[in-house]
Design a protein around this ligand. Structure first.
Ligand code: F6P
Length: 340
């Protein structure tokens, strides 16, 4: 029989004991988040058996139709974690306002997308939960939106749960990226993929090609050159993937390299991209950087972007170092031309 391996519980307590910078209350909070993801995993797996599929008949703050599972996942996160003594407040992609939680004012703020890729739920394709943890600022008396609007480089933890053929939890606390698989036989996350590293080179890109007519010149050029393959300027053939679930795309990039893009889109100037800075781009950027990859808006390191709004959208280009550097160099050329 296979060695049982290190459980998440063991990993977190080892991390605190070995003085690797993991603070005890953050370790407890991560355990609490992982427990909610386990509940979500079981609900998603039950699917049609539990009547959790289909639309909820409501819209979220983004004006998107909510699935029953979006609502369930959001409520599960809120109601399980509002009891955490380590949290001062939460913000969710599904809610307009922040959600202050503890009279005792815990040391952390939690930002999450409870169910990413929810258009995939009804077709039984992978979805996930994304989360980001910031320190609660000490100064302010009452928690406000401003306390959440901090650049991604200030995150102390980021992670996601991927509800795929197996459920995986991927974590970083700023000291590399480790991935755990939920063993359904014992209900424990087991460390199966320690110290993830994204290969620097790749021949795989992921982008929604149906939006091509709305892209900017640097992305149009990059994709055109990829499609020209061995005969084109890149001198190599590329493959394309699109799951329409960011968690699944990032997980693939983390597993075997690749570049994932939801770039600038000129359809609605107020929404320069589809993905949300606070709930999707920042936590994924921290994970990607911690695994040796690069995450950018095209013009700027993602983790340096100063958020201006809780639900702000942002162009996202992330993954294998050499390809992201290639795309961003095209953006830099365009910027230089504009400046001339
Ligand atoms: O923002 C939600 C999301 O579902 C992401 O997980 C995914 O990458 C993207 O939207 C899919 O977008 P599209 O519907 O354009 O394929």
């Amino acid at each position: 029989m296979r060695d049982q391996g290190t459980s998440l519980t063991q990993y977190l307590s080892d991390g605190v004991r070995q003085g690797s910078g993991l603070e005890a209350d953050l370790a407890t909070l991560i355990g609490e988040i992982a427990a909610v993801c386990k509940t979500l995993s079981y609900a998603i797996r039950a699917g049609g058996l539990e009547g959790v599929l289909g639309t909820a008949g409501t819209e979220n703050v983004q004006g998107e139709t909510q699935q029953k599972l979006d609502v369930f996942a959001n409520e599960a996160m809120l109601h399980s974690l509002e009891r955490s003594e380590h949290l001062a407040g939460m913000a969710s992609e599904e809610m307009t306002d922040i959600y202050p939680v503890s009279a005792a004012r815990g040391r952390y703020l939690l930002i999450f997308d409870p169910l990413d890729g929810s258009s995939n739920i009804d077709v039984n394709v992978s979805v996930g939960t994304i989360f980001s943890v910031l320190r609660t600022p000490t100064a302010a008396a009452e928690l406000s939106v401003k306390d959440f609007l901090r650049p991604g480089r200030e995150q102390v933890c980021a992670g996601y749960a991927l509800y795929g053929p197996s459920t995986m939890l991927v974590l970083t606390t700023g000291n590399g990226v480790d991935a755990f698989t939920l063993d359904p036989r014992v209900g424990e996350y087991i460390l199966t993929h320690p110290r993830r590293q994204i290969p620097a080179d790749t021949r795989e890109f992921a982008i929604n090609m149906s939006n091509q007519r709305f892209w900017d010149p640097p992305v149009l050029r990059y994709i055109r050159e990829c499609l020209e393959g061995r005969q084109g300027p890149r001198g190599k053939d590329f493959n394309m993937r699109w799951v329409a679930s960011m968690v699944a795309e990032v997980h693939r990039v983390l597993s075997r390299g690749g570049v994932f893009m939801y770039p600038y889109d000129c359809r609605e100037p107020k929404r320069p991209g589809r993905l949300r800075l606070m709930y999707e781009a920042n936590p994924m950027a921290m994970i990607v950087e911690q695994a040796g990859g690069v995450a950018s808006t095209g013009y700027e390191r993602m983790l340096d972007v100063q958020p201006t709004d809780l639900h702000q959208r942002i162009p996202v280009i992330l993954g294998s170092r050499s390809e992201v550097v290639q795309v961003t160099s095209y953006h830099a050329e365009t910027a230089a031309e504009v400046a001339r």
